[in-house]
Design a protein around this ligand. Structure first.
Ligand SMILES: [Zn+2]
Length: 479
């Protein structure tokens, strides 16, 4: 088993994927070089100098204060030393954690980095998802405001999320995580020893985040067939290929990390990031399971708890989502849908959202933020009544297609076990309990404008309480 498309091939990679239907042939794609190599760290100075000669007068290195290891060395001081030994002047920019002890992707941090930028800057981020997102988005905003281009190089320190090659940035806006359009890096550097020595939890999270496709790609197709999303194509699916089978094959090399295992995972994550960038949407990699995860983050944030490792939380939300899909695909009967009852009024939904969100944010700010987005979805849903009729008529075809895209919850759980990852919410750090996950499951549809299975269940008045009991019992119970 190998990747259908290998991003390490660079030129050949780009020309191969250009032929896939859905590829945005008119896009300017700045990401030209992706390196997945043993000892890539020692090439970093020459990569920076050769590729950005003349443009980078000031080299800024953005990182957080977390110590990282590479073999017996301290990673960040090692990078600094290598760059300085090569005669590059480096200005370190260190992001400080908030009260929870973590750095989050907030507008305040983005602003901190942005104020350090100038037209002659060359920017290098050394970190995982959050540091990358903050730096990427600071560069993006600076470029938009000043109508210039500044080169940005990502040194990926963990196989933790698909943020590195995505031109989106998930940012906390009024306490709610939103995906904002951002930019590609110009170069991605994966030093396999750095990835191997990253905390195991982060590596597992990267694999876990990718599993989302067994829900998110279905949600995307569902939204497409209901007239709720016009961006659908087969590009994302083609890029990630037989993900589950590849992860199964490399499970051992990820659990006891080898350089080969780290390279394959880094490439899969890269492909996931590109799937989002190239379709101009995070939708292929982020459906119902991600909204559940975002609500769990919101709950932790409001309780001033540290956030659970994103990808581990997503993997478990995916297991629930997959079970819900299996039930839906088995039990949905188009003839039983009462069309008239599928269209709640704006007033009714606004009240419901404000009331539900007040449970976790009594200030009302989160509720208002959610309603702003939800209102757009509801309006579109009302306007697309004819599409629902077509959907019901075509159900056997749609059902077949969706069944071919998902897998069983048991298969995902077995893979996680093989990887040594948590399979239950109470094994996460911090642990999550049933009421929190249930709250997220029930209210996820209320949070974003993106349409998922959660919305269809809500609009068609599915017995979601019973569905929850079933999915929780089957995936998290002791039997
Ligand atoms: Zn994710």
């Amino acid at each position: 088993l190998k990747l259908a498309f290998d991003p390490a091939a660079n030129e050949a990679f780009w020309s191969a994927i250009r032929t896939i239907p859905g590829f945005p042939v008119d896009d300017e794609i700045r990401l030209r070089k992706m390196i997945f190599e043993s000892d890539a760290i020692f090439r970093l100075p020459s990569l920076l100098r050769d590729d950005f000669h003349g443009s980078g007068e000031r080299l800024l290195m953005v990182m957080d204060a977390t110590p990282m290891r590479r073999g017996s060395a301290d990673l960040k001081p090692l990078v600094l030393k290598l760059l300085r030994q090569a005669g590059l002047e480096v200005e370190p920019v260190v992001l400080q954690p908030d009260g929870s002890g973590q750095v989050h992707t907030t507008l305040a941090h983005i602003e901190t980095v942005k104020t350090r930028l100038s037209n002659d800057a060359l920017v290098l981020s050394v970190g995982s998802g959050v540091v990358t997102d903050i730096t990427k988005h600071a560069c993006y905003l600076y470029e938009s405001e000043n109508a210039v281009k500044i080169p940005y190089v990502v040194y990926q320190t963990a196989n933790s999320v698909s943020a590195y090659t995505s031109n989106w940035a998930p940012v906390f806006v009024n306490g709610i995580k939103r995906s904002l359009p951002s930019r590609y890096p110009d170069m991605l550097v994966c030093d396999l020893e750095t990835l191997r020595d990253a905390p195991r939890e982060m590596t597992l999270a990267g694999a876990g985040d990718m599993l989302a496709i067994y829900v998110s790609l279905l949600d995307w197709y569902l939204a497409h067939r209901l007239g709720m999303d016009s961006s659908y194509s087969g590009l994302a699916q083609a890029l990630v290929g037989p993900l589950l089978e590849i992860l199964q094959e490399y499970a051992e090399a990820i659990l006891h990390p080898t350089l080969d295992g780290m390279a394959i995972l880094a490439k899969l994550i890269t492909l996931g990031g590109l799937a989002m960038s190239l379709t101009h949407a995070t939708t292929p990699m982020s459906g119902y399971e991600h909204v559940i995860s975002h609500i769990l983050d919101l709950i932790n944030e409001k309780q001033h708890q540290p956030l659970t490792q994103h990808g581990l939380q997503v993997a478990l939300s995916t297991i629930i989502g997959v079970e819900v899909y299996q039930t839906f695909l088995r039990e949905f009967i188009p003839e039983n849908v009462s069309i008239e009852a599928c269209y709640p009024s704006a007033d009714k939904m606004r009240n419901r959202i404000l009331k539900e969100l007040a449970q976790i944010d009594p200030s009302g700010a989160a509720g208002e933020e959610c309603w702003t987005e939800y209102a757009m979805k509801l309006e579109k849903w009302h306007a697309n009544r004819a599409e629902l009729m077509g959907f019901l008529a075509d159900w056997p075809d749609i059902q077949r297609k969706l069944l071919s895209m998902t897998c069983s919850a048991g298969k995902l759980a077995r893979l996680l076990k093989k990887l040594g990852a948590p399979v239950k919410f109470d094994q996460l750090n911090p642990p999550l309990v049933a009421w929190q996950v249930k709250y997220a499951f029930m209210n996820a549809p209320l949070m974003r404008k993106r349409f998922t299975l959660g919305d269809l269940l809500l609009f068609t008045n599915w017995d979601r309480e019973a569905l929850w009991e079933h999915a929780w019992g089957k995936t998290q119970g002791t039997h």
